[in-house]
Write a protein of this length. Structure first.
Length: 259
């Protein structure tokens, strides 16, 4: 990847050291999520994997910034940051909204000649599947109802109404971004896609998840887990195994090991 002068420290968090020859995993959080969500992933995979977790604006140490409420704009800025990094075999992992964002980043990196080696899309319908939803237009209580449905926030945070409401601007901005996103027809990446999904996800059916196969010109795999939208909280070891499978494949296939 070539440097564009972007300040990668704004977007990228590292929670563990990595070996010089390590492959790279870039993690894209869900709507309302933050970089620290992937701290356990970094702790389990470091140092053999350089785990990067993205920090979107309007949360944690970036809470003073306005949210980026456009998937396209967010993907542009993340791609610019990633292109400043040294080349390593790279896998993009995105959960929920993060899956679509990772897909759009993969497209941008390909255009710039820095393709990813693989994309893992978790807990999200395929980009071309459209379901009209307007969570971002609800009042605060309506957004909180959606969060409770998905069980995407820790019980401690849900129990603290004041803190929860402080996070709502970021959550609303993320929902606006994903709910106003439109995937152009025929949009594909050249890297393989692995899809992970819970069998009881209230927002992503197995059929909608399988439609990701239409968005790659390379290989496609899908694995179904017991659980809901945040199935990965109960199946971390298995999700880590899926990540490791893709990372190891890149290391064994140098022709595909482009950061």
């Amino acid at each position: 990847m070539t440097s564009t002068g972007s300040d990668t420290s704004i977007w990228i968090r590292r929670y563990g050291k990595s070996a010089p020859a390590a492959s790279r995993l870039v993690c894209f959080p869900h709507a309302g999520g933050s970089a620290s969500y992937f701290h356990p992933v970094a702790m389990r995979l470091a140092p053999r994997v350089d785990v990067l977790s993205l920090q979107y604006p309007a949360r944690q140490d970036r809470r003073g910034e306005p949210p980026v409420d456009s998937i396209g704009e967010c993907a542009d800025r993340i791609s610019e940051a990633l292109r400043t990094l040294p080349a390593r075999p790279t896998v993009l992992f995105g959960h929920s909204m993060g899956a679509v964002l990772a897909f759009e980043v993969a497209i941008r990196l390909e255009r710039e000649g820095d393709p990813s080696g693989a994309l893992i899309a978790s807990g999200r319908q395929a980009p071309g599947v459209s379901h009209s939803r307007s969570v971002h237009l609800r009042d605060d209580d309506g957004i909180i109802k959606e969060i409770r449905l998905l069980n995407g926030t820790s019980s401690a945070l849900l129990a603290d109404d004041e803190i929860l409401r402080m996070t709502l601007p970021a959550i609303r901005g993320d929902y606006r971004a994903i709910e106003t996103y439109t995937c152009p027809p025929g949009r594909t990446v050249r890297c393989p896609i692995t899809v992970l999904v819970g069998d009881n996800d209230p927002r992503t059916t197995i059929t909608d998840a399988e439609a990701w196969r239409e968005h790659t010109t390379a290989g496609f795999r899908m694995r179904i887990f017991p659980g809901g939208h945040f199935y990965l909280a109960d199946h971390l070891a298995a999700v880590l195994a899926e990540m490791s499978t893709e990372l190891e494949r890149l290391l064994l296939a140098p022709s595909h090991s482009v950061g």
